[in-house]
Design a protein around this ligand. Structure first.
Ligand code: AHR
Length: 528
């Protein structure tokens, strides 16, 4: 059923988006969301909630690392407020040191006494001086402090197999070996755990502009010779090697790398294929992160929903070579990439984060959950102060973004079992753009509790949702809802809680359990 577009002046629309009274406009008949709570579903791997932290702008320096002598509270140089906030969203893994930066990173510049570390130029990102004060041991300390796993990307573009092999040896070798002794001398006797090892980054572009066949040959050498020596990393805990995969919808890398993987022998293998896809509104990004109208809002949401088709496309190619889905698709860079904030270095990719971006995050997490059989790792770009960040900092100040709150609201979905839902979403139309009015996923958490996440994309109309659970009567719902006065509402250092979740409860009445999702909102509730 298509809703008729409302021809309306932009100023009136802006008013409607901003006006809470109009926003409360009468909801239509409830949308029935049927949850097949008992149906078998894939596990939603907690690693789809991964983060990405590149040496880029103030993503690391200022965002994570302030130095041991900083007046900003820190533990061994790592800021305490950021660690606490990240612990609260149970970050499963952090991808580091890049991005494009990874293919120019030489790990030896970042170990040992700080006075001796080389200062280099970060040629990818604003030509900033890279002091290398945050290196391997600092990164491992950071992931340890936030209780996360390490996803290390090795340098395939400008490094060598030997350099990468020695780096992983440094991180994982027995303390009695020369490499292990060097690590111990730098403060860490026990081998580190590396959960994921990225074999290059965007090797089709900034990582060396390699033909897929050339990359596949290089990948085999890295997969063979870069060894993890940590004796505790065996069986299910073994390090997973993630090969470079497609750029958006281009199939060449997917075909070539998966064909190579299928033909692997005992000597090498890969355990993941990367996919990068940003929501940009066109290239170079010109969409504002702070001031935009309903058309820009709708366009970006439409574009971001393309993630579903992209995964379907590459998963179909992967199925040809790997029908048992042993190799996960790792969407290890995704998110909104918008115009740089005025007055910032354009090479630092600084942008604000709005209610719209929270919806982008929720919609993508829903897509990943629906593809949980193939998508088992994702990394939103990027964790702090860069692109679609969880956290913004300015010296000693810190603010949590609307996207951060989505990650916190979605915690029950980490390692939950996907439960299929069916509903007639209806439509929300803006000009010539038509979107589903709502989106929803459900899952059983690790304790067996049933959770439902609903997004209402319509910026003007609230949505009534009737939760129907196959074979069960839900008596009540408890959780949180997040909305905002405007789609471009943001959190700032002065107004940090403009967009934040609020408690939500509902009880079943004569018409069953009916939830009220406000306009432009995200709701996550437990159904009892
Ligand atoms: O996240 C910013 C950049 O986007 C990364 O460095 C690169 O991998 C991608 O093109």
């Amino acid at each position: 059923m298509l809703k008729i577009a409302r021809p309306m002046a932009a100023s009136v629309l802006a008013m409607m988006i901003a006006s809470p009274a109009l926003a409360q406009a009468k909801a239509d008949a409830p949308i029935a969301v049927r949850i097949e709570a008992g149906a078998p579903g894939a596990k939603i791997d907690r690693n789809i909630f991964g983060q990405f932290a590149e040496h880029l702008g103030s993503g690391i320096y200022g965002g994570v690392w302030v130095g041991k002598d900083s007046p900003i509270p820190n533990v061994r140089g790592i800021r305490t407020d950021v660690v606490k906030a990240l612990r609260d969203i149970k970050v499963p893994n952090v991808r580091w040191p890049g991005g494009c930066f990874a293919d120019e990173y030489h790990w030896r510049h970042g170990i040992g006494p700080v006075e001796g570390r080389r200062k280099t130029i970060n040629s990818n990102w604003g030509g900033a001086v890279e002091p290398n004060t945050f290196g391997t041991d600092e990164f491992m300390d950071f992931v340890g402090q936030i209780g996360s796993d390490a996803y290390i990307s090795v340098n395939v573009g400008s490094g060598t197999v030997q350099e990468a092999a020695e780096w992983v040896e440094y991180m994982t070798a027995d303390p009695e070996t020369t490499a292990g002794k060097e690590r111990a001398a730098n403060g860490h006797r026990e081998p580190y755990k590396i959960k994921y090892l990225g074999l290059g980054n965007e090797s089709w572009s900034c990582g060396g502009a390699m033909r897929p066949e050339y990359y596949a040959d290089e990948m085999k050498r890295y997969a063979r010779f870069v060894r993890n020596y940590n004796p505790k990393q065996t069986g299910a805990d073994a390090m997973q090697r993630i090969a470079v995969g497609p750029d958006q919808g281009k199939p060449a890398y997917t075909e070539t790398v998966m064909a190579a993987q299928k033909g692997h022998d005992w000597a090498w293998n890969i355990e993941g294929l990367s996919l990068h896809s940003y929501t940009t509104g066109g290239w170079p990004p010109s969409y504002s992160s702070t001031k935009f109208d309903e058309t820009a809002y709708a366009k970006l949401l439409k574009e971001t929903l393309g993630m579903d088709g992209l995964i379907t496309q590459h998963a179909a190619i992967m199925d040809k070579y790997d029908p048992d889905k042993k190799v996960p698709l790792a969407v290890d860079e995704w998110g909104v990439w918008l115009a740089p904030l005025e007055g910032t270095n354009p090479g630092f990719l600084v942008q604000q984060n709005s209610m719209r971006d929270a919806l982008v995050a929720a919609l993508n997490l829903n897509i990943f959950a629906r593809h949980a059989d193939r998508v088992r790792i994702t990394n939103i770009a990027q964790m702090i102060n860069v692109l679609q960040a969880m956290i913004l900092t300015d010296k000693d100040k810190m603010v949590l973004t609307p996207t951060y709150h989505v990650y916190k609201m979605y915690l029950p979905f980490q390692d939950a079992t996907f439960a299929p839902v069916s509903f007639d979403a209806g439509t929300y139309t803006q000009g010539d753009i038509t979107l589903p009015r709502i989106d929803a996923i459900a899952a059983r958490d690790t304790q067996g509790k049933l959770w439902l996440a609903v997004s209402n994309l319509d910026p003007v109309k609230s949505a009534s949702i009737r939760a129907d659970i196959a074979g069960v009567k839900a008596a009540s719902a408890t959780g949180q809802v997040m909305t905002a006065p405007r789609v471009d509402s943001i959190n700032t250092f002065d107004a940090p809680n403009a967009v934040a979740p609020k408690p939500y409860t509902a009880k079943a009445g004569a018409g069953g359990l009916v939830l009220q999702a406000p306009p432009k909102s995200i709701m996550v509730i437990r159904l009892d």
